[in-house]
Design a protein around this ligand. Sequence first.
Ligand code: MG
Length: 217
Amino acid sequence: MNEMSLKDMSKLTELHQALEQHQIKGFLAQDEAEALYQYALHSSSLGPCLEIGSYCGKSSVYLGSACRAQDSILFTIDHHRGSEEHQAGEEYHDPDLFDRNAGRVDTFPALRKTLDLFSLQQTVVPIVAPSQVVAKKWAMPLGLVFVDGGHSLEQALFDCLTWSEFVVPGGYLLIHDIFPNPADGGQAPYLALQETLKKQTFSWVGTVRSLAILQRR
Ligand code: MG
């Protein structure tokens, strides 16, 4: 990976500040966000990027801005009904994202607003559906896949094992919320990472905080 240019560094500072200013919700550390931006920049010549778990679009802004700089595309998949931990009464429930009329979580309006704020309508393609449904007929090779969807073991395994198949040689698979120590967080993404590595189609690149980075052989 090349060093970041001054232009990219100032773009990132601008994105951090604007996301903060608009109070865009999300669970992503600044150094992880920078890694997303950088890997998306470097892989977009290989194919479009795809994200699983759009939520309110914080990570989509970093991935999408890098895609826009390269005239590429980011697909972002989310059913927008929230993961297990976002439901009413759960640890990460946010009443702002609860649709009282429908009686359930709906994060799609927040994603849409974020994409509008960052002028990403011509770059980011939201897909409002469960990842299993999209995967049924997906056929497009991808330069980068970022897995940050549901954190049940079943979902994490599905997302890592299925979507990794679409990454082209030289492309990247990024997996969020990797905690080797159970005291630091849920184990499903970590176990899914182990299963993905067993297939031996990816090389280990490293981690940035809780973001694991793999490259397709
Ligand atoms: Mg995450």
